[in-house]
Design a protein. Sequence first.
Length: 282
Amino acid sequence: MSQKIPDQGKQEVREVWLEELQRDHNRKMVRWRQHIFAVQLSMLVGMFLFWELAGRLRWIDVLLFSYPSKIFAQIGKDVVSGEIWAHVGVTVGETVVGFLLGTLVGTLLAVLIWWSPFLSKVLDPYMVVFNSMPKVALGPIFIVMFGAGFTAIVMTTLSITVIITTLVVYNSFNEVDPNYVKVIRTFGGERSDIFAKVVFPASFPTIVSTLKVNVGMAWVGVIVGEFLVAKQGLGYLIIYGFQVFNFTLVLSSLLIIAAVATAMYQLVVYAERKLLSSGRRS
């Protein structure tokens, strides 16, 4: 018993030391993140101040580039009048639908291609060609096929998000350590066992990370679709602003897009963190 007490004391001291070390590391990381945020905020404020000064002193053409106080005044007027909410709602709805469908369909297509090596060989050149094709060129085709409305815009978005998701997830499936696959096969596992116990768990972080890529891609697809066909939405406001030479409206719409897209991205990052942490616990 007399020999165990010192050992227990050493263990307790070690645990206290490790906890203190962890707390010190966490404090440093918090300070590091705060420093990064402060620099980012300073850059943003500095950019807006310089832009405002350049506009007020006529260093730039205010007809084309406007300046922040006019842009925020335009946003404030649209918010108070309520005109902007319908446009934001339409664009966000189209983006969410395109984002979710693109991720789901792209992942399922990647699973299908991985499942059938024959299908993979057959579709490989077509996927490469379709990925290199300018998706804007497909917009008029979707308008003719589905009509000028919500469906055509979502299809334009899917033409971007689905192929990106498929290629990224399929490549992730193929990069799984083959030794794990051999172990499953050694014990008589079928292709379904390989997918369920090796390929999908190993590729799950990549699938979740694809969500972040698809947020940006979905916004690109929706705005392009609204450029072509919409009568409502933030993309429509941009085109309308160009047509009437109201570039303050154009820039205010772009600023709203940036803000809403950033909020959506942060939500996806939060969801990614939760999904990955739950995946590790399981």
